[in-house]
Design a protein around this ligand. Structure first.
Ligand code: ATP
Length: 223
């Protein structure tokens, strides 16, 4: 579904490239963990496949089409959901309005379907009363789950997440990754997570390690 073709990236000079000739494939229905030391370029890689930045060389392909041909803004709006460590919810809105707004902005097939949004939120333990309160009244773990439900309610097939469990305790981390698994396994999405936590990587279907400017796919390690 998503493929990098000989991509390379450098901020200033080619000689200082973070990596070059990266050829990776990401399938729908699977979760991927990208691991590697700090500063190796994981976040940068995520921004390339999410269409937030362009590779210095090579192409990112979505279902065989170069994303710059699709148009980066068009690609991001239609095909990608992004989950951040800092949740990136609209802080002045309720959880319900956050989900409804995302469905409206992305023109989801569930656009305007309040009952669907309420039902999805209830699946992560946010009842109707709580769903209508300002999102800042929820705990960090709950806010991150709202951010994931928001991705679930949108049609985008690619979900990228940058350290989504960075602010969460062990229990919330596990629940969050289980939701990502559901997103991939039940909804057929392609979920790509940057993480420095080995427990998170273990729960994903595949781990890709970025080390010495090379990406290596590790065999699936099941928790
Ligand atoms: N705008 C920029 N201009 C120049 N260099 C940058 C810029 N943004 C990031 N870098 C450098 O590029 C390298 C890769 O950064 P990136 O954030 O992708 O790494 P990372 O693997 O995600 O790190 P971490 O795990 O610490 O978040 C780092 O050395 C960083 O200092």
């Amino acid at each position: 579904m998503l493929e990098t073709k000989d991509i390379g990236y450098w901020y200033d000079h080619q000689a200082n490239a973070l990596y070059r000739n990266v050829n990776l494939q990401f399938a729908e229905g699977k979760t991927y963990a990208i691991v590697g030391s700090s500063g190796s370029g994981k976040t940068t890689f995520l921004s390339l496949i999410a269409g937030l930045d362009k590779p210095s060389e090579g192409e990112v392909l979505y279902n065989g089409r170069a994303i710059n041909k699709i148009g980066l803004t068009n690609y991001r709006n239609k095909y990608v959901s992004i989950v951040f460590q800092s949740y990136n919810l609209f802080t002045y809105m309720s959880a319900l309005d956050n989900v409804l707004t995302a469905m409206a902005i992305t023109n989801s097939q569930h656009k305007g379907d309040k009952e669907y949004a309420i039902d999805m939120l209830s699946k992560i333990g946010i009842d109707q009363d709580m769903a209508k309160k300002n999102v800042q009244r929820l705990s960090g773990g709950q806010q991150q789950r709202v951010a994931i439900v928001r991705a679930m309610c949108c049609d985008a097939k690619v979900v990228v997440a940058d350290e989504p469990t960075g602010n969460l305790d062990e229990t919330n981390t596990r629940e969050t990754i289980e939701l990502f698994q559901e997103l991939a396994h039940a909804q057929g999405k392609c979920v790509i997570i940057v993480t420095h936590e080995p427990e998170v990587a273990k729960m994903c279907d595949e781990t890709i390690e970025l080390k010495n400017k090379e990406f290596t796919t590790k065999s699936a390690i099941k928790a």
